[in-house]
Design a protein around this ligand. Structure first.
Ligand code: PMV
Length: 336
């Protein structure tokens, strides 16, 4: 069987996924919306199924993967083997073009690249929907990275997860001026993992029930803002939604705190910049960590970078465009 190599990129949600209906299948409690990033940050993955492998092998950034990462990859590989009706074990090698330790979303790009490369290597002509379902088994948010542009993950209703996958809201050419300015912040003490955090929130936070009750409206408003390229609404909704998620995390018991002092200085810096301009030109969002993702337009990237340069805890700034989604690489790019 042929080796296959794919590259995929992270996505950053503007309406977040937090909470599962099914933790085996990674079925979410709510729909979410994200923007797929360009290859400023990317994961390249090569997969080969062969009788020469006795067990599935996973190498991440040139190192043998942990048991838990391997276990998540095997879930994706098993689903692909079942559909392709093959029994071969696989070798998977994966490499990020950014430091994994920086706490940047690598599981989304990683599992999207794995789903694409493994399906291809298994000889499947999988649809985007099927690839999204495969990627979701490794990490929920990865199901949104199999598509480019602006993406909605439909939570779905079925117990087997067959209607829980991502669909495109708009392509990467829809809003070409949009940028994500990533401020990499020194991570503090070790964070609570997202799966563990979500479960704790769902079990202990009264505010979370309100989030799930009202999030359908937020989804509808966000989709409208994206389709109309309405920057004011897009940025305000993005910031409010991020704060809402972190409020729910703080309402968890014991509280989950991902933001640190530097994150808070960035929040203030963005609001100061917007106040100076007399309108919203930038909007932050934070995932399960202190790094900021600041959505803005190309014309304001310089001002956002100036603001960040005055905050001493910001280690690095990376500017991303909206990306087109995963792509297959020629065999000369194979990792093994
Ligand atoms: O898919 P996971 O388990 O990495 O969870 C991602 C959760 C958030 O990044 C906080 C939100 C999101 O929708 O991406």
């Amino acid at each position: 069987m042929q080796k296959s190599t794919w590259v995929a990129t992270p996505n950053i949600a503007v309406v977040k996924y937090w909470g599962k209906k099914d933790s085996q299948l990674n079925l979410p409690a709510n729909n979410s919306i994200s923007v797929t990033m360009d290859e400023a940050l990317s994961t390249k993955t090569t997969v080969e199924f062969s009788e020469k492998y006795k067990e599935d092998e996973l190498v991440l950034n040139k190192m043998r993967a942990s048991e838990s990462d391997l276990g998540r990859a095997v879930k994706v590989l098993d689903a692909i083997r079942k559909m392709a009706k093959i029994k071969y074990r696989a070798r998977v090698e994966s490499q990020n073009n950014f430091p994994t330790a920086a706490g940047l979303a690598s599981s989304a790009s990683g599992f999207a690249a794995l789903a694409c490369a493994a399906s291809d290597a298994a000889g499947l002509k999988a649809s985007a929907r099927q690839l999204s379902i495969f990627a979701r088994l490794g990490s929920g948010s990865a199901c949104r990275s199999v598509l480019g542009g602006f993406v909605e993950w439909k939570a779905g209703k079925k117990k087997d997860g067959s209607d829980s996958y991502a669909v495109q809201v708009a392509s990467n050419n829809h809003w070409p001026q949009l940028r994500n300015v990533i401020a990499v912040v020194n991570p503090g003490r070790k964070k609570v993992g997202s799966s563990e955090g979500m479960e704790l929130t769902a079990n202990t936070s009264p505010l979370y029930k309100e989030r799930i009750r009202t999030i359908g409206k937020t989804i509808a408003k966000m989709k409208r803002a994206i389709i109309q390229r309405d920057l004011q609404s897009f940025l305000e909704l993005t910031m409010r939604e991020s704060s809402h998620l972190h409020a729910v995390m703080l309402d968890t018991f014991p509280p989950i705190i991902y933001l640190n002092d530097i994150s808070r200085q960035i929040i203030e810096g963005v609001h100061d910049l917007n106040a100076k301009k007399g309108r919203l030109v930038a909007g932050y969002t934070f995932d399960a960590g202190p790094n900021a993702h600041i959505y803005t337009l190309e014309a304001h990237v310089g001002e956002v970078e100036d603001m960040l340069s005055k905050i001493s805890g910001v280690k690095k700034v990376i500017v991303c465009k909206v990306g087109a989604g995963p792509r297959r690489l020629p065999s000369s790019e194979s990792l093994f």
